[in-house]
Design a protein around this ligand. Structure first.
Ligand SMILES: NC(=O)c1ccc[n+]([C@@H]2O[C@H](COP(=O)([O-])OP(=O)(O)OC[C@H]3O[C@@H](n4cnc5c(N)ncnc54)[C@H](O)[C@@H]3O)[C@@H](O)[C@H]2O)c1
Ligand SMILES: O=C(O)C(=O)C[C@]1(C(=O)O)C=C[C@@H](O)C=C1
Length: 346
């Protein structure tokens, strides 16, 4: 929004004070607010972006407030039936609500994981409900800088498709990680021996548990059925393997390969994920140059560098972003041995 519409005044609300500070420092927003109701009353557009359970609670709260006459309320939640149901009272009060869901993102959470180009080329589902066409067009204009591909759907269509393409995969990834953790508990290196197969299959198991609990509660009915179909598929291949049925096994993999090959490149639809390192840097001249110099001499190329917080006489936090996890981990080792404190990596 900032890039496409520099004149728009952005107010950010969040329960997390650190996120608000970061958003303000990075000028992602013009103002931060700890009072959602107060900010909502004076807003022209309200974008709800908490977990889906929070979005539903926010919608019910908005229905109790006196909002601006032509306000547009929208959300980015990963499920749409519960969200549309929670918006009913607001709609009855004549407020425009447009359900939304950008079909892109990452396993990372929080304001530091956001990027202006995060949704580029991705599909963005819209559920207009009772909203007038000009309100939908207004929202699309506001979000034009995301460069998404708009797709209008019904709440049920949305939840069925996204249940299969996103919710089931997250359950599968988490189940595989949990099962592998138990199965290899007696192996000294265990999960750390994992290579590309396990890692690419389970990246999304690092996603935020709070967000995913809310999603699976909201889309539980459909996902339960979809998981049953998935379990049936596992049984099918289990039977073929235990019977030593080579043609059936080959057919199972052939069918998947043909379908998957038609999907195109890995990250078509959104940009690849980046891998971050957060480290403490001392408040002294040349500290950041020292970090970049060390990385350059070890030929560890970084994608981006962000100063999150440097206050006088206090150590600052530097966010260094890499193109893959191995480079990030090598950089962490290098900087740790040079005396830098690694705060976090994700
Ligand atoms: N992560 C993804 O890939 C992705 C993609 C599309 C849509 N979504 C949906 O977007 C929404 C946000 O997901 P995200 O990945 O940006 O999560 P996030 O954790 O990065 O952001 C959510 C923010 O909401 C704040 N929050 C939580 N409870 C709150 C409350 N009660 N009041 C105010 N703020 C509160 C958190 O502090 C956090 O800053 C979710 O509904 C999710 O389902 C996520
Ligand atoms: O790429 C990822 O890490 C995501 O999890 C993004 C993803 C998904 O594809 O499942 C997650 C939740 C959304 O609602 C939309 C997109």
């Amino acid at each position: 929004i900032r890039a496409a519409h520099p004149a728009v005044y952005l107010v950010g609300c969040d329960v997390n004070a650190a996120s608000l500070n970061y958003a303000r420092q990075q000028t992602i927003v013009d103002e931060v607010s700890h009072d959602f109701s107060k900010s909502a009353r004076s807003a022209d557009v309200i974008i709800l972006a908490g977990p889906v359970s929070v979005i539903c609670a926010d919608l019910r709260q908005l229905a109790t407030l006196t909002l601006k006459l032509n306000v547009i309320v929208t959300d980015v939640g990963s499920t749409k039936r519960t969200v549309m149901a929670a918006s009913r009272e607001l709609g009855q009060r004549g407020v425009t609500f447009i359900g939304g869901h950008p079909m892109a993102g990452s396993h990372k959470s929080g304001v530091t994981a956001g990027r202006a180009d995060l949704f580029e080329n991705a599909f963005y589902f819209l559920v207009p409900g009772l909203a007038a066409a000009d309100a939908v067009a207004q929202l699309q204009t506001l979000l034009a800088g995301t460069r998404v591909k708009w797709l209008t759907v019904t709440p049920r269509q949305h939840d069925r498709i996204v249940g299969q393409l996103s919710h089931v995969p997250h359950v599968v990834a988490a189940a595989l990680v949990n099962q592998t953790h138990t199965a290899l508990a007696d192996s000294p290196l265990g999960l750390r021996l994992a290579a590309g197969g396990f890692k690419s299959m389970t990246r999304i198991a690092s996603s935020d548990p709070t967000m995913w609990t809310a999603i699976l509660l909201a889309n539980g009915q459909l996902v339960t059925h979809q998981l049953q179909d998935y379990i049936d598929k596992l049984r099918e291949i289990q039977t073929a393997i235990s019977a030593g049925d080579a043609p059936a096994i080959k057919q199972f993999f052939t069918a998947a390969k043909v379908t998957r090959d038609h999907l195109g490149p890995e990250h078509l639809g959104s940009l690849p994920n980046f891998f971050d390192l957060f480290l403490n840097v001392p408040d002294r001249v040349g500290a950041i140059a020292d970090v970049t110099k060390r990385l350059a001499s070890a030929q560890l190329s970084l994608v981006n560098i962000h100063i999150l917080e440097i206050r006088e006489e206090v150590d600052g936090v530097l966010q260094v972003t890499f193109g893959n996890a191995d480079t990030r981990d090598s950089a962490a080792e290098l900087l740790r041995s040079a005396g830098y404190e690694i705060v976090r990596r994700n």
